[in-house]
Design a protein around this ligand. Structure first.
Ligand SMILES: C[S@@+](CC[C@H](N)C(=O)[O-])C[C@H]1O[C@@H](n2cnc3c(N)ncnc32)[C@H](O)[C@@H]1O
Length: 284
């Protein structure tokens, strides 16, 4: 698959997911978004770019942090994400926020336009993440910061449940396999940022607990985000059996209260353009 076909396919997954994304009564993207904004150190009046803004998990707390004297631009390639988030922004009366179609791989803005660039749970989806990071560095003002969140370790019960679903994929489709990517651990993140001309200011780990009533709730949540990519390849006549197998795999996550609890780790990396050198990182 070419990189542009892969981008189209990823964006289509989120386009289909947009109406329910982060709206299935589950705590997941919102707490990671709030943590990302808090780590980014946004100040009132800042100009902020949020790439791959989705339904605003990062954008909305960023707008709160800049206040009405700042400006936040959110871009996403999924048209329904853009429309629904723009509606939410208008309803909330956030006049300092603009949401528009735009490519997180190569955002088209003038150099040095932003105090902060934010990328919540998106850079690992891009076809050329290092080039994207290099582009974000160019968009930053000399005192600017880039803050990026990426997934860490998934809950073992989540891994077992998605493996149980994947076992029902048609034989000709490749099974999702863990890949050694540019954001796998702190060492690879540091190497990726360094190659993109950025110096690390901080990497921190954040854990989010998500609670599900039952396997059907978990499946509804899976349809509402990137997990949809796996589900949409399951043959319709395998869905019930796949769900039953996922339910068995999720039993280890059962709480004394009877619901299912999954904990996901995410990493937040804050980096600055190398122009200023490591000494200025230490001084921040
Ligand atoms: C996992 S979601 C994260 C959304 C949001 N940042 C959050 O934290 O909830 C990834 C988002 O990135 C968008 N996306 C994926 N590839 C993109 C690209 N090349 N350019 C812009 N948006 C992209 C998807 O449409 C989706 O809204």
């Amino acid at each position: 698959m070419t990189s542009s076909a892969r981008t189209d396919s990823i964006v289509d997954v989120f386009e289909q997911a947009a109406s329910s994304y982060d709206r299935t009564e589950v705590s997941y993207f919102e707490p990671f978004g709030t943590a990302l904004v808090s780590c980014a150190g946004i100040r009132p009046g800042d100009h902020v770019l949020d790439v791959g803004c989705g339904r605003g998990a990062v954008l909305l707390p960023a707008a709160e942090a800049t206040g009405p004297t700042g400006h936040v631009t959110g871009i996403d390639l999924a048209p329904t994400m853009v429309t629904l988030t723009a509606d939410d922004v208008a309803r909330a009366g956030l006049t300092q926020v603009e949401v528009r179609l735009g490519d997180a791989q190569q955002p088209s803005f003038a150099p040095h336009s932003f105090d902060v660039v934010l990328a919540g749970m998106v850079v690992f989806l891009l076809s050329a993440p290092e080039q994207a990071l290099r582009a974000y560095a160019r968009l930053l003002r000399p005192t600017g910061r880039l803050a990026v969140s990426t997934p860490g370790a998934y809950d073992p019960a989540f891994v077992a449940a998605t493996d149980a679903l994947a076992a029902h994929l048609p034989a000709e489709l490749p099974r999702p396999a863990p890949t050694v990517g540019p954001f796998n651990d702190e060492q690879t993140i540091t190497a990726t940022m360094t190659a993109a001309g950025l110096d690390i200011a901080a990497i921190s780990e954040h854990r989010v607990e998500s609670r599900f009533h039952d396997v059907n709730h978990w499946m509804r949540w899976m349809w509402s985000h990137g997990g949809r990519e796996l589900l949409q390849h399951l043959p319709a006549d395998r869905l019930d059996a796949a769900t039953a197998d996922a339910a068995r795999a999720l039993e280890s996550a059962r709480t004394p209260e009877g619901d299912l609890s999954l904990t996901t780790a995410g990493r937040i990396t804050v980096a600055v353009p190398r122009l200023r050198g490591p000494a200025s990182v230490a001084a921040r």
